[in-house]
Design a binder for this molecule. Structure first.
Ligand code: G3I
Length: 302
């Protein structure tokens, strides 16, 4: 196959990109998107600050644009993200105890309920662990305790029963203390029947990233009976160094049956959150980079 999406589809996987609603009308952006990708995620438009700027007042405009764009082109949508320590609105800061818990559940009901049936996978909780494998001391952790993550997953299951529910994090690019903390949480959730279906490996990488245990890490999660997804892939660098890291990540996903898809955190270096690192598959003029060819060849089994 000669596009990323079609090549990934040969093995039942998706190939997605994070997108910004305002750029969907840009011809260069949308033509590359439409040609190469078959899954979308909102880079910012579905986050708490964007969707519930005031309590119980929901604003779905940007997210709706993305969901409608995907629906009319047969693309799937990842939902990102319901509960995160960053990009939540100011009103959340002032809540405590039970009120904060009710606000979190209300947010999940409102947002996951609005797009019920239209989201392939939700990042229910994002970045809740520290590098050493302990829980990040977010306002949710500090004010609600360990139980907030499972409360969020249960609320998400109720709000959108058919969406796959993911835990999503970064620096989980191998078997390390952080990924082991997450692994232990998934083991516990599976043992106690807390709903969780997938783990997202963000994979914000560089050309020097050591990926020697990347595949083993995907495999140990998939052996627990959850899917794994590469959710925010980007690799700083250029040329063959960058291409090799993209190739290794793609190979690892292809080698693990339950690795169901790859999303890059943007389309073009022009609009990347780390543009100075030129981390994406298309350059600032939407030309295919060496990394693009490495990913395409790997998806095609080469
Ligand atoms: O929405 C405001 C806009 O009103 C204002 O005029 C403008 C001025 O700077 O800022 C806009 O907000 C920015 C927002 O992106 C939307 O463009 C924020 O300042 C900016 O901090 C925010 O950055 C996003 C970042 O998450 C926030 O933490 C990046 O675009 C986005 O790529 C990044 O994505 C995260 C994932 O969600 C989670 N994993 C890591 C990843 C990279 O940091």
């Amino acid at each position: 196959a000669d596009t990323l999406g079609a090549a990934a589809a040969q093995s039942g996987r998706y190939f997605g990109a994070a997108v910004v609603p305002n750029l969907l009308g840009d011809a260069s952006y949308s033509s590359t998107l439409n040609r190469e990708f078959n899954s979308l995620v909102a880079e910012n438009a579905m986050k708490w600050d964007a969707t519930e700027p005031n309590r119980n007042q929901f604003t779905f405009g940007g997210g709706d644009q993305i969901v409608n764009y995907a629906a009319s082109r047969g693309m799937s949508v990842r939902g990102h993200t319901l509960v995160w320590h960053a990009q939540y609105p100011g009103w959340v800061e002032n809540l405590s105890g039970n009120d904060l818990r009710q606000a979190m559940v209300g947010h999940i009901n409102g947002v996951a309920g609005h797009w019920k049936g239209k989201i392939h996978s939700w990042d229910v909780v994002n970045e809740a662990f520290e590098e050493n494998g302990s829980r990040r001391q977010s306002i949710f952790q500090q004010r609600l305790g360990n139980g907030y993550i499972e409360d969020a997953f249960r609320a998400a299951r109720t709000a959108d029963p058919n969406a796959k529910l993911c835990y999503n994090d970064y620096n989980t690019d191998g078997v390390n203390a952080k990924s082991t903390g997450i692994y232990n949480m998934v083991v516990d959730f599976r043992n106690r029947g807390v709903p969780i279906d997938c783990v997202g490996m963000q994979s914000h990488l560089g050309s020097n990233s050591n990926l020697s245990s990347y595949e083993a890490n995907l495999r140990r999660f998939s052996d627990l009976g959850v899917d794994v997804q590469i959710t925010e892939l980007d690799v700083g660098g250029s040329g063959s160094g960058q291409a090799n890291v993209y190739r290794q990540v793609t190979q690892a996903c292809m080698a693990v049956t339950r690795c169901t898809g790859i999303t890059t955190w943007g389309i073009t270096d022009r609009y990347s959150w780390r543009a100075q690192d030129t981390p994406l598959l298309f350059d600032t003029n939407y030309q295919k980079k060496q990394a693009y060819q490495a990913v395409l060849d790997t998806l095609n089994g080469g």
